[in-house]
Design a protein around this ligand. Structure first.
Ligand SMILES: Cc1cc2nc3c(=O)[nH]c(=O)nc-3n(C[C@H](O)[C@H](O)[C@H](O)COP(=O)(O)OP(=O)(O)OC[C@H]3O[C@@H](n4cnc5c(N)ncnc54)[C@H](O)[C@@H]3O)c2cc1C
Length: 438
């Protein structure tokens, strides 16, 4: 039986290790339960904790880029993942890339050697009764635990594949080539419509059919749900399939001509401030460079800047806005916290960031103190906003990007935006840390 004054963390990935570190450095004892090496998920190979399963890059180190800013904030909060990354970096230009093995070993040794962290290697088959509990079991959470989580939050709140459509920054859409409106006028000006004539449609279709796709992992089935087929697979079914599917033009006459175009790509607002729009029904397995090339053939998107590119992969995640408080506590049982990719963030850095906040707040739960929630103007707060503050119809995971931040006031030249957002974030982070005693 585990003593009552401890925090239990399930999952020794990036998020679980960061949560354990944050709790232990605050004087709390941690029990970290990791199923490796007894059981491996299909993407894992190493018995070490904090395994980077694919790329060795933690992405941009530029402070005026959203992921660079997120890392800076994590560094200021004493993130172990960042310490390990900086200690084991390899040359990668403007990116922070690491020696994967040395990085994981650094974290494993710090965990296993820490007097307040006990690592136990076993698969957790059901949500245990111990509290506070942090669940950080990642995108390939083992099946038994998934079933148990589903009983806790409701199976409709758990997803097993993401089907991500690209998102563009609204300001990068060529306004003169598009028009606002909903199908048959139901829904007012909600959508941005990109009209294509027949020649433009054929050119787009040809590019889509010949673009390169990302190969599937061995554990991913090349079976897709009919409701969220990749756009390129739909295109293979016939010349007009897209015109009767996601590019259906009916009910969307172009107000400048009064005529219904040959095809229409609809963009739907993706965040409250309206700075981001997603391409409805355009989930895809195309390679990222190919997506940029092909989707810029759509009228109005010639100069599109993408906040997120599309993807479809195996990913266990919860519908964060439905089930989570901004403190990462579960609404169904606030003494359970979620951390990492399972919360609905995407990527190594973002997952570790959610581990950091979950670790801090698990200690708050243990000590019966109010949770610490970072301001929405920080990168940490912007991510929290995505996974907990804005219920949406079809929630999908997201990397950090500046489109998630509240807009700046006043007219700021585009090239200064990153700098100003970072400046505001770091000032607000400093004030928040002081107020919270972090
Ligand atoms: C195939 C693949 C490739 C990816 N490539 C990239 C990439 O290149 N770049 C990027 O930024 N992100 C990538 N990701 C996303 C990446 O996995 C996450 O960003 C990150 O690793 C998530 O961190 P996490 O701590 O939430 O989960 P993980 O790092 O997966 O850690 C979860 C841990 O929980 C353990 N666990 C699971 N179930 C149980 C259980 N029942 N009991 C005990 N322990 C359990 C697992 O063994 C694992 O160690 C990839 C994901 C996948 C699946």
């Amino acid at each position: 039986m585990i003593p009552q004054n401890r925090i239990i963390i399930i999952g020794g990935g990036l998020a679980g290790c960061e949560a354990a570190w944050q709790a232990a450095r605050r004087g709390v004892t941690v029990e970290l339960l990791e199923m490796k090496p007894r059981v491996f998920s299909p993407s894992q190979k190493s018995a070490d904790l904090a395994e980077l399963v694919c790329s060795k890059s933690l992405r941009s180190r530029d402070l005026h880029n959203a992921v660079g800013l997120l890392k800076e904030e994590m560094g200021r909060l004493g993130a172990l993942v960042l310490e390990a990354a900086l200690g084991h970096q390899v040359p990668a230009g403007k990116s922070l890339a690491v020696d994967r093995e040395a990085f994981a070993r650094h974290i494993t040794e710090k965990r296993s050697g820490h007097p307040r962290i006990r690592v136990e290697r076993r698969e957790v088959a059901a949500v245990p009764p111990d509290r506070p509990l942090v669940v950080a079991t990642g995108p390939l959470t083992s099946d038994l635990l998934v079933q148990s989580l589903a009983r806790l939050v409701g199976s409709e709140q758990l997803h097993f594949y993401d089907a991500i459509a690209p998102i563009v920054y609204t300001e990068s859409i060529t306004e003169s080539r598009v028009y606002r409106g909903s199908r048959y006028g139901h829904g007012g000006e909600d959508y941005i419509n990109c009209p294509l004539d027949e020649a433009q449609y054929d050119r787009f279709l040809q590019a889509l059919l010949t673009a390169e796709m990302v190969p599937l992992h061995s554990f991913e089935e090349p079976k897709y749900f009919e409701g969220c087929l990749p756009i390129e697979i739909m295109a293979q079914r016939g010349r007009d399939t897209l015109r009767f599917g996601p590019m259906k033009p009916v009910g969307l006459p172009d107000p400048r001509t009064g005529k219904v175009p040959h095809a229409v790509v609809q963009l739907r607002q993706d965040n409250r401030s309206g700075s981001l729009f997603n391409l409805v029904g355009f989930q895809t397995k195309l390679k990222w460079k190919e997506q940029e090339r092909v989707f810029r053939l759509i009228p109005g998107l010639e100069n599109a800047e993408f906040a997120r590119l599309g993807s479809i992969h195996r990913n266990t995640f919860l519908d964060g806005p439905q089930v989570l408080f901004p403190s990462l506590q579960l609404k169904a049982d606030p003494r359970i916290l979620l951390a990492g990719q399972i919360t609905g963030v995407e990527g190594y850095v973002e997952s570790a960031a959610m581990g950091l906040l979950a670790g801090i707040n698990a200690v708050r739960v243990l000590e019966e103190r109010p949770a610490a929630v970072p301001p929405p103007t920080t990168a940490l707060g912007a991510l929290i906003g995505h996974i907990s503050r804005e219920p949406v119809k079809e929630f999908q995971p997201m990397n950090i990007n500046f489109g998630l931040f509240p807009p700046l006031t006043g007219k700021i030249p585009k090239k200064l935006k990153g700098e100003r957002l970072a400046q505001r974030a770091l000032e607000d982070l400093k004030a928040w840390m002081a107020a919270e005693g972090l």
